[in-house]
Structure formats: structure tokens, C-alpha cells
Write a protein that binds this ligand. Sequence first.
Ligand SMILES: *Cc1c(COP(=O)(O)O)cnc(C)c1O
Length: 365
Amino acid sequence: MTSLTFTHTPGTPRSAAEREQLLENPGFGNVFTDHMVSISWTKQDGWHNAEVLPYGPIPMDPASSVLHYAQEIFEGLKAYRRADGTIVTFRPRANAARLNTSAVRLALPEIPEELFVSAINELVSVDRDWVPSGDDQSLYLRPFMIADESFLGVRAAERARFMVIASPAGAYFTGGVRPVSIWLSEDFARAGRGGTGAAKCGGNYAASLSPQQEAAENGCQQVLFTDSATTDTIDELGGMNLFLVKGNDTLVTPQLNGNILDGITRRSLIQLAKDRGFTVEEREVTVSEWREGVANGTITEAFACGTAAVITPIGQLKAKDFSIDFGDAAPGEVTMSLREELTGIQFGTREDPHNWLEVIVKAEA
Ligand SMILES: *Cc1c(COP(=O)(O)O)cnc(C)c1O
């Protein structure tokens, strides 16, 4: 089963000129490559029919379970082009493992790690010319799984489909890294005890969109969620994990409590900080602690992290009745040096001491 062979249907790729034009300013999530991967699953036959197809619409029965009960999970990772033409991905096996954790929670089938990694490699190889080479640019990969059984009864679907699509991504911050303002969501939580907060599923994102609108109405770019029981104990942002910096050598981040998404960027930064001899505290973190720490000078920086932006410095936390401001102190030094270290490893300008990168396409000799 893990040694499924992919069939290739080439289609008509766009011309080099058209591709080059699209790669000039791709933004995020707007442009897609020429191909996609699809692998089918049924309860009876397991994983089968692994295909590399021209990118395009997928026919779907209107009764498909995903459309009604949101039985869907996804992942996000990037492929990077090195100066010598080598193309690498960052910790793809961690994404495979996390997809399977999400699959178990959403009653979807697990996919063998090797099949997940082969799917990524097949797509990046065939669309290698779409991996951009500009500063801080990459090819964002979006593996996902949907339940596509045509059945309106409420139970785990017996038919599913795993797909991978790819989207060239420009530098997240154009014109320099800028701190963001984040909004404290006091009326809505993204997760609660026993819910799906630790799974990477579309439903969590659907629930975060109206708080995100509230954030925008209050002049903020992102939302911070607390646990569902309080408006003080911090979980994470809608799609990024949160860190506070104390002094010059301590990171504080909410511990994985069953409601928080186990970010691979989060995990990687914890490792890099420990390698530097920093203290990393994974524990309960509160807004009150953040407020007091900034007031008395012990908390010096805050940042959010995730695959898309790597590290986003936080300049301000805004709530209904108060705000916490770093003002000119953001982005902080620790934030920026961790950002440079991790992106340096990803783009190959620094050593990769933990073997996080997997080579997909070798440099042409
Ligand atoms: C994907 C995601 C993250 C970040 O995870 P990375 O693996 O670092 O990209 C954080 N929080 C949520 C809710 C997410 O969906």
C-alpha cells in the first residue's frame, strides 16, 4: 500500500512566459501550479488510485459528506529553492504525523507517512519550475483530506480523498518585517475542552472568521483566543501559536493542552531556543501576566509563529477595555534573530543541525 505508483496525466502546462509573469508577484494563496495530486480511499480497498493530474476543479456529488458535516483536515508546509537549484522541504514527516493525528480526531483514514511524502515529492518534482527563487519566496504546499461519500446520514464516511495542491508564495512581509496588532477575542473561543482545537481542520477556521472580522473592525490584523472558560488563559491565534519573551533568554508559550494546535514552527523555535541555552517555559500563560510583565519591564517581546509568516512580531494586544503596547520596541531582537535563524536553515544559508530538511529535487550537475 505504501508503494502505490502514481499515474501521470500531463495536461497543458502554462508557458514559461506566463509562469514567470505569475511568479513576479504571487502574494499568498492566489496562484496555483499546473498540477495536483489525488489519492482515493475507501473503507473496503484502503488507499488506491494515486494520480498526478492537471490542476483543476474536482467533480463532487452534492451529497458529499464534507459539504454537510465538514469532515475535512489539512496541512501546510513549504518547498524552498536554494541558490544551486536544489529544492528542499521543511520537516514534511512532522506534517504527515500531524495530519494523521487530525485524521483520527475527525474520523478520517490515516495515510502512511511514505505515501504522504511521495505525494509531496511527486507534485514538487513535476511543478519544480514553479518554486520561486526570489528573497523569502517559496512554494506553499497544501495537502488536505475530504470525506466524499454521497450519504447524508451522520457517521464517519467510508470514502475519502487525499489531495495536494501547491501555490507559489511571495515574501510574507514586503518591505521589511512589521509588527502586527492583535485583538483579544472575549466573546468567542476557537476551541474548548474535548473539541477539535488540536486538529488542523477547516471547521476551526470557519469558527475563527467572525472574530477575525471583529479584529479588523478594531484595527487589528489577527485574533488572540483564550480558553473557552476564561478571557485570560491564552490558547493561540486563529492560525498561529504565541510566544512571549522574558529578558533576553527566556521564551514562554502556552503548553499543548489539547486545545492548541501543535505547530511545527512552534516546535522548531523551542528547539532552536534551547540550542542557544535559553529557558523555554511551556505552561499556562495569561493575558494578566502579559499585561503586568510589560508594565514592569520583564516581558520584552511577543510574537506569533506559523509556516506562512514564520514569525510575526506583535506590537500590540488590544482588548475591549485596555491595550498592551510594545510601541517602538517591536520587532524585538530575540524575535528577529530567531526568525533569521529559522529562515536561514530553511533557505540553506545556515547549517541544519537537526536534519529538518528533505531534498526533493537535486541540483542539476
Ligand atoms: C497550522 C496552524 C498553526 C501553525 O502550525 P505550523 O505547523 O507552525 O504552520 C498554528 N495554529 C493553528 C490553529 C494552525 O492551524
